[in-house]
Design a protein around this ligand. Structure first.
Ligand code: SAH
Length: 264
């Protein structure tokens, strides 16, 4: 590693982890159990895959690149507990998993961090936790608190459905080719503690998205375009970055009760 015969594809966000110690640290942080099922997104040359495989009951690795998937297939052909899937993870059907409590890991292409995260959130009933290497600035947007410029959809969605934590920062020098940005290892441990109080998850997500789409505006103004609001029922004068998770849930639940018509 890196392999001279593999030309990394920038379009697929291929920045391979080349530092064995960091790879070991990442896997160690998972505290894997021999009964665990691990789903790896974007295994690439298999740096993390190799370390995880002997420690778990089952490993499924989803790689979009045909050449890499074929190589991994060969590399792990003798391995009874591994399944290499050649697929775009965003198209991959997670409901095929019979298991609950799946551990999801990945050093993924940074340009699809949000869609991957949203997909895992939608499938969280099968997932215990998600541990991803992502761009450092994005990690900051995930763990930040209200009333900061970074607070937005990523923070609200992450913190509504999971406990989130930055586990470590990783310099760009441990990857080949070296990316332009710094990275952080982030973990989402899914919990229904907040989410169980949401009356309508789809409406909740829609309201959060719509409100942050106009983050300078007061909620009553940004949401008026989409909902027929009966004004004066409660305080719409806050801006989206001022609401903590409990307030978002309370707000979305009240909206559910008062929305007479949903446009769109
Ligand atoms: N995890 C490896 C590779 C990181 S590079 C390592 O740490 O070294 C990112 C990997 O994600 C590449 O192998 C790339 O081909 C793969 N990838 C990119 N888009 C993907 C997608 N939509 N679904 C699955 N894998 C993807």
């Amino acid at each position: 590693m890196p392999r001279p015969d593999i030309k990394p594809k920038q379009s697929l966000g291929q920045n391979f982890l080349t530092d064995k110690n960091i790879a070991l640290k990442i896997v160690h942080s998972l505290q894997l159990d021999k009964e665990d099922t691990v789903l790896e997104i974007g295994p690439g040359l298999g740096v993390l895959t190799k370390i995880v495989q002997p420690k778990v009951r089952k490993l499924v690795a989803v790689e979009i690149d045909r050449n890499l998937a074929a190589m991994l297939e060969e590399q792990f052909s003798e391995c009874p507990n591994c399944e290499i899937v050649q697929s775009d993870f965003l198209q991959y059907n997670m409901s095929d998993f019979k298991e609950k409590n799946i551990r999801v890991i990945g050093n993924i292409p940074y340009n699809i961090t949000s869609p991957i995260l949203f997909k895992i959130i939608d499938n969280r009933s099968a997932v215990k936790d998600l541990t991803m290497l992502i761009q450092k600035e994005v990690a900051q947007r995930i763990v930040t608190r209200p009333n900061t410029k970074d607070y937005g959809i990523l923070a609200v969605f992450s913190q509504t459905f999971a406990e989130v934590k930055i586990l470590m920062h990783v310099p760009s020098t441990v990857f080949s080719p070296k990316p332009k940005v710094e990275s952080s290892l982030v973990r989402w441990v899914f919990t229904e503690e907040y989410a169980q109080d949401i009356l309508d998850i789809e409406l909740f997500k829609k309201i959060v998205r719509q409100a942050f789409g106009k983050r300078r505006k007061m909620l009553r103004n940004s949401l008026r375009e989409f909902f027929e609001l009966n004004t004066g029922i409660f305080d719409y004068t806050k801006r989206p970055e001022q609401l903590d998770i409990k307030e978002w849930i309370g707000f979305a639940n009240k909206m559910k009760a008062i929305i007479p018509v949903q446009k769109e």
